[in-house]
Write a protein that binds this ligand. Structure first.
Ligand code: PLP
Length: 230
């Protein structure tokens, strides 16, 4: 890996943290330090290694198999890596997801909550979860509808899952602040502390609206080349 790449990625991470800090200060946020989840999906391995060398330890992936291939190799070589699943999960991949990830941010239906709870018990590995909310009511997108949230949360509690946060992905083209505000409101309503919201285009805004996790890919690593995906 080139020194230049490492310096570039370290600088990108620094810029994001500085911007977020400034934005939180300006907005007078009580929790001015959202976690930066570096979204590594599809990125070439050398960029991920550069981020690791720059000290980044929290990463997000959206496909189980891709994540297994990448992190199976890297995880043993670096202390303290934390992996978050931020993409939709099929119940038949629940076992693999529970084995690999440290947090699952995309629980969005009762069937999946049940599959995860059963796997966690089997593997004796309790992972915190986030419930993904489809704040934009988009057909093609994951996330539970706002009106189904209460029932899903209740089921997660019954199953003994540790509900740590809520997560959303605003629709492309919408003003993200409406979605961030809705997620924050739902968090308050249900007494859920963590809010995973904000990506490369809007992480500073999200931070100013109470994000506790921001999920940033492109602004750290550069554009993704989807044609490289198997
Ligand atoms: C890809 C992805 C991101 C990161 O997107 P960027 O715009 O590259 O920062 C964040 N969240 C989710 C759920 C994603 O799938």
């Amino acid at each position: 890996m080139s020194t230049k790449l490492k310096e570039q990625i370290a600088a990108n991470i620094e810029t994001i943290k500085d911007e977020v800090e400034a934005m939180c200060k300006h907005a007078d946020m009580p929790n001015p330090n959202p976690r930066l989840i570096a979204v590594s999906k599809i990125q070439p391995q050398e960029r991920i290694i550069a981020a690791l060398e720059a000290g980044q330890r929290i990463f997000g992936e959206n496909r189980v198999q891709e994540a297994e291939e990448r992190w199976g190799e890297l995880k043993p070589n670096y202390e303290g890596i934390e992996l978050h699943l931020i993409g939709s999960l099929q119940t038949n991949k629940a076992a693999n997801a529970v084995a690999l990830f440290d947090e699952i941010q995309t629980v969005d239906r009762i069937k999946l909550a049940r599959a995860l709870a059963s796997e966690m018990e089997k593997q004796n590995r309790q992972l915190p979860i986030y419930v993904q909310v489809n704040t934009g009511k988009e057909e093609q997108k994951g996330g539970c509808m706002v009106e189904d949230l209460e029932a899903l949360l209740a089921e997660c509690k019954t199953l003994g899952l540790e509900i740590r946060g809520l997560m959303c992905i605003p629709p492309v083209g919408d003003d993200p602040s409406l979605h961030f505000a809705l997620l924050r409101k739902l968090g308050r309503q249900h007494g859920i502390a963590k809010l995973s919201m904000g990506m490369s285009k809007d992480y500073a805004l999200a931070a100013s609206m109470g994000a506790t996790d921001i999920r940033v890919g492109t602004s750290i690593f550069g554009e993704r080349d989807y044609s490289s995906r198997a």
